[in-house]
Design a protein around this ligand. Structure first.
Ligand code: CAA
Length: 444
């Protein structure tokens, strides 16, 4: 049985903060720190009437309409988020409630839940849906997986540079049109305190450590994947979509991955006259000498034609969207997959049958590596997406508007703010009910 992602849709927050033009000057920083260092040009932000429910419901609505689905076709709704506002009632019930306002039927026989493990929970929800279908418990129905987040940091936190907001909806089913998921998976998981939100809205982050933990867990996951699937060669896959908190992070991960994947291959042989062999720990008396040698090797590897060509072909295309939307946490790796396939379409690549090496990551911390195989109808699916229209339609905000929008989404502040955009054909948040529940309506 082939199981995987049948279709995807996104909903980007409707506001756009230009990092180089608007944010950098206000922070008294160089624009290049954003565009070159972090690799980010802009972040998507949610307008006042948007939140994780509206963005998730809007993406799911678009997906269901496009695929001609009714609620009876959906047997599961799993929401992945790290921006939940309720410790008991799952976001999936709110989203189902929204969708029931526009569909005649209801989702009363769909199993609903919410997954939490920082950014990796989007991929964990895919895994849950995959297992449910492979176990034969789906009664021919598909699963709706929705990764939705408002990735906001406290004002003044270094993470403020990497914010974003958006949702990705994915339909998981048998004989998928987009990608098939591999049975093989690898995990790298450890108890870490790099990024967490202990009952608080904005994260506590040890930024520099979070970067190191990302790299360490990804490496473990890759080795674990190889232990079940066999060694991976850099040319085994066409694209490598990774979790992308900011493109600069993926640049670091790609470098490490390439060193690992080329070890003892013909590529290492080819590079030997220029770089020597890769350093091995047992060749050194102490750890710091080994680390210095690795750093030196990596610096030289970065400049080689072989690495540049691999990076430009395999990794760079996965970053096209992230550069303009920032971090969507649980949706981020799924945006990277879309980005790669969108580039494949632009380049008229015959991608059917090509493989993707997908690297998901969640702070706290866990990484997962699996592979995906692009399906025959991928091109048609991509053609149906409106990513560019959504990104272009966003309203640019000034720094003062950014400050007000950040306050509008801050749970500790209860000032009223006017929305900056006029909703049309979308779900909006319209208030608070008697039990403190959030309320929503559909605006025609
Ligand atoms: N021109 C070119 N490059 C410049 C520059 C300039 N003028 N100024 C700075 N840079 C470069 C820096 O050299 C640096 O690049 P390298 O790391 O390659 O050296 C980069 O721009 C960023 O500069 P800083 O390191 O000085 O930036 P910072 O200290 O202000 O913050 C950060 C960076 C720690 C990542 C911060 O944004 C942060 O805390 N982000 C949130 C945490 C995060 O995203 N961590 C990623 C891993 S965890 C994860 O993936 C989960 C998740 O989604 C949160």
């Amino acid at each position: 049985m082939t199981v995987g992602i049948d279709a995807m849709a996104i909903h980007a927050g409707k506001l756009r903060l230009d990092l180089a033009e608007t944010f950098a000057p206000a922070m008294d920083e160089s624009p290049e720190k954003y565009t070159e260092g972090l690799g980010l040009h802009a972040s998507s932000f949610p307008d006042v009437h948007e939140d994780i429910v509206t963005m998730g419901a809007n993406a799911a609505h678009q997906l269901m309409e496009r695929k001609g689905l009714e609620p009876a076709d959906i047997g599961r709704i799993d929401v992945a988020t790290e921006s939940a506002f309720d410790n008991s009632k799952p976001v999936s019930t709110y989203i189902a409630g929204c969708l029931e306002k526009v569909f005649e039927d209801d989702f009363h026989h769909a199993n609903k839940g919410e997954r939490k493990f920082a950014c990796i929970s989007g991929t964990q929800s895919l895994d849950d849906a995959y297992n449910w279908i492979r176990a034969g418990r789906n009664r021919g129905r598909s699963a709706l997986v929705i990764a939705t987040d408002t990735a906001l940091y406290a004002r003044g936190d270094a993470g403020e540079a990497t914010q974003g907001a958006g949702a990705v909806a994915m339909l998981i089913g048998e004989d998928p049109d987009l990608v098939e998921l591999s049975v093989e998976q690898g995990f790298g998981s450890a108890d870490e305190t790099d990024f967490l939100k202990p009952n608080q809205q904005f994260p506590s982050v040890d930024g520099k450590r979070s970067v190191q933990v990302y790299l360490a867990r990804m490496r473990e996951a890759l080795e674990d994947y190889e232990s079940v699937a066999g060694r991976v060669h850099p040319d085994d896959f066409r694209f490598g979509p990774f979790h992308t908190p900011f493109p600069g992070m993926v640049r670091k991960a790609a470098m490490l991955a390439y060193r690992h994947l080329t070890r003892d291959t013909e590529i290492e042989d080819e590079l030997e006259p220029e770089l020597g062999r890769q350093p091995h720990p047992d060749e050194f008396d102490d750890e710091s000498a080994y680390h210095d040698a690795v750093r030196e090797y990596m610096d030289a590897l970065k400049g080689t034609d072989q690495y540049r060509a691999w990076y430009d072909r395999t990794i760079e295309p996965t970053l096209d969207i992230a550069r303009h939307v920032g971090n969507w946490y649980t949706g981020s790796v799924h945006v990277a997959r879309l980005s790669a396939l969108r580039r494949a379409r632009e380049d008229r690549l015959d991608a059917a049958g090509e493989r993707l090496l997908v690297g998901s990551y969640g702070s706290g911390a866990q990484a997962e590596i699996h592979t995906e195989t692009v399906q025959e109808n991928w091109d048609e699916e991509l053609a149906a997406l409106d990513i560019d229209d959504q990104l272009e339609a966003r309203r640019d905000i000034s720094f003062e508007e950014y400050e007000a929008i950040h306050d509008a989404h801050n749970h500790a502040k209860d000032d009223e703010f006017e929305a900056l955009t006029t909703p049309s054909g979308e779900f909006v948040r319209d208030g608070q009910g008697p039990m403190n529940e959030r309320t929503y309506r559909y605006v025609e």
